[in-house]
Design a protein around this ligand. Structure first.
Ligand code: ZN
Length: 389
C-alpha cells in the first residue's frame, strides 16, 4: 500500500527521496526475549516530500498496525537534563497563559508523567487521554485518566490548555486529526493548544538517520506544521525550536476565521526542498562514515555499547545490525531492564552493568545527554571513548 496523497494537504505532488529497507515496526514496545525481539515484523520506509506544503511522511506506512495493545516504555523522566527541560517548558506555559489553578488536558499522555508534572506546577487539575495509559502509574488525586483515543466528545471537558507531546509524529492522518481536535473545541477560542514534536529540518541537515524509524510516520518542519495548523482553523500564538533544535513547539488557539499570522522560523516549501536535496547527497556519506567507525572498533576488538534505548537506538542499529558489534544497550529507565530491543535482539541493561563490563567505547544516542552520561560513567570508574550522535 502506497500513500499517494499528502496526509496534510491532500496533494498528489509527492516525491520519494529516501528509503530504509526492513525497519522493525516497533521500537519502544516491551519485548522479553531475544527470539521475540528478532521476530518483530519488518517493513520498508519510503519518505515522501510534498511539493505543495512541505510535509514529509512515510509513504509505505501501514495504518492497520495497532501500536497500543502491547505494552511499551517511553518514559524519559529518569534523566535530569530531560526533567529540567520539561519543568522549564511547563513553567513557561503556566506563566504565559496564566494557568495557575487551572485545568490541563494531555492527548497521548503515555504513562502520565508530563500531565502529572504540569498539574503539580499549576496546582490545578489534570486530564490525561491515552489508550496505552497504565493504571496506577500516577497517584495524584488531581489527575483523571481516560484510557482511550482522543475523540470529539473530549472537547467538552473543561480544559484551559490542551497539550499533545510526541504524539502527532505517530499519526498518519495529520490533517484529519487536527480537524478532529479543532471541531471538538467548537467556539472555545480561549483554549490554548500546545504541541511538541521532533522536527525534520535538523534530521535533514545533520543528517540524523537515527531519527527516522517506522513508528514515526510523520515528519514536520516549523513551516509545514504551521501551514497545517492554520489550514485546520487555528491561529498560531508561538512557534519555536527547542532542545538543541530537535523539537518544534507550537502554541495555538482555535480561530473562527482563517488566520494569516506567520512566524519567522517558518521555512518555505522551496527552502525545505533544498534541504531534502542536500540530505539525499549527505546521507550516504553519513551512513558510510558510521559504518567505517564501527568496523574499526570491531577490528580493534573494542567492547562497544550504545547508551540510550528506545527509538533512536533502533533507528541507529537497524543500519548496522549486520556488523554484530554491539551486545548491550544501556538505558536509565528501570522499566527497560531485561527487555530486548525490538528487531535488533540486544538486551537493555542498567548503567551499573558497565562497572563490571568496562566497555572500551560508548555511543550516546542523543548528544544532549553527553555531559550527564560522561559524568555518570566516570563516577562508576568507567572511562571509555565516547561517541555521541
Ligand atoms: Zn502536502
Amino acid at each position: 500500500m502506497v500513500h499517494t496523497n499528502c496526509p496534510s494537504c491532500d496533494s498528489e505532488h509527492i516525491e520519494s527521496f529516501f528509503t530504509i529497507k526492513n525497519a522493525p515496526i516497533y521500537s519502544i514496545v516491551t519485548v522479553k526475549s531475544k527470539e521475540e525481539a528478532l521476530a518483530v515484523p519488518r517493513k520498508d520506509i519510503e519518505l515522501g516530500f510534498c511539493h505543495d506544503c512541505g510535509f514529509i511522511f512515510n509513504r509505505l506506512f501501514d495504518t492497520t498496525i495497532n501500536y497500543f495493545t502491547g505494552g511499551y516504555e517511553d518514559q524519559q523522566g529518569f534523566s535530569n537534563t530531560f526533567m529540567n527541560y520539561l519543568t522549564g517548558i511547563s513553567e513557561e506555559l503556566i506563566e504565559k497563559y496564566d494557568l495557575k489553578g487551572k485545568t490541563a488536558l494531555e492527548i497521548g499522555c503515555g504513562k502520565g508523567d508530563f500531565i502529572n508534572l504540569l498539574t503539580e506546577l499549576t496546582g490545578g487539575k489534570g486530564i490525561g487521554i491515552d489508550p496505552a495509559y497504565v493504571e496506577g502509574r500516577q497517584n495524584n488525586p488531581n489527575l483523571k485518566f481516560y484510557k482511550e483515543f482522543y475523540a470529539k466528545r473530549h472537547g467538552s471537558l473543561p480544559a484551559d490548555i490542551i497539550c499533545c507531546r510526541h504524539t502527532l509524529e505517530h499519526i498518519h492522518g495529520t490533517e484529519e486529526f487536527l480537524r478532529l481536535l479543532r471541531s471538538s473545541l467548537g467556539n472555545k477560542t480561549e483554549s490554548v493548544v500546545f504541541f511538541e514534536i521532533p522536527q525534520i529540518k535538523r534530521i535533514l541537515e545533520i543528517p540524523a538517520f537515527w531519527d527516522i524509524y517506522y513508528e514515526h510516520c510523520t515528519y514536520f518542519s516549523p513551516g509545514s506544521l504551521a501551514r497545517v495548523f492554520r489550514k485546520t482553523g487555528f491561529e498560531i500564538l508561538d512557534l519555536k525550536l527547542v532542545y538543541d533544535d530537535q523539537y518544534v513547539l507550537i502554541e495555538a488557539k482555535p480561530s473562527l476565521t482563517r488566520s494569516h499570522r506567520k512566524f519567522e522560523i517558518e521555512e518555505s516549501v522551496e527552502d525545505l526542498k533544498e534541504l531534502v536535496d542536500i540530505f539525499t547527497v549527505k546521507i550516504t556519506e553519513q551512513l558510510d562514515g558510521w559504518r567505517q567507525k564501527l568496523k574499526a572498533l570491531k577490528k580493534a576488538g573494542k567492547k562497544t555499547v550504545v547508551w540510550g534505548g528506545g527509538s533512536k537506538s533502533v533507528g541507529f542499529l537497524t543500519n548496522f545490525a549486520d556488523l554484530e558489534l554491539i551486545e548491550y544497550v544501556v538505558d536509565i529507565n528501570p522499566h527497560m531492564e531485561g527487555n530486548f530491543i525490538p528487531g535488533i535482539g540486544k538486551m537493555y541493561v542498567q548503567p551499573n552493568f558497565l562497572t563490571d563490563y568496562q566497555p572500551d567505547a560508548v555511543i550516546i544516542m542523543n548528544g544532549i545527554y553527553k555531559e550527564e552520561i560522561t559524568k555518570t560513567l566516570n563516577e562508576m570508574g568507567v572511562y571509555p571513548e565516547i561517541y555521541a550522535l
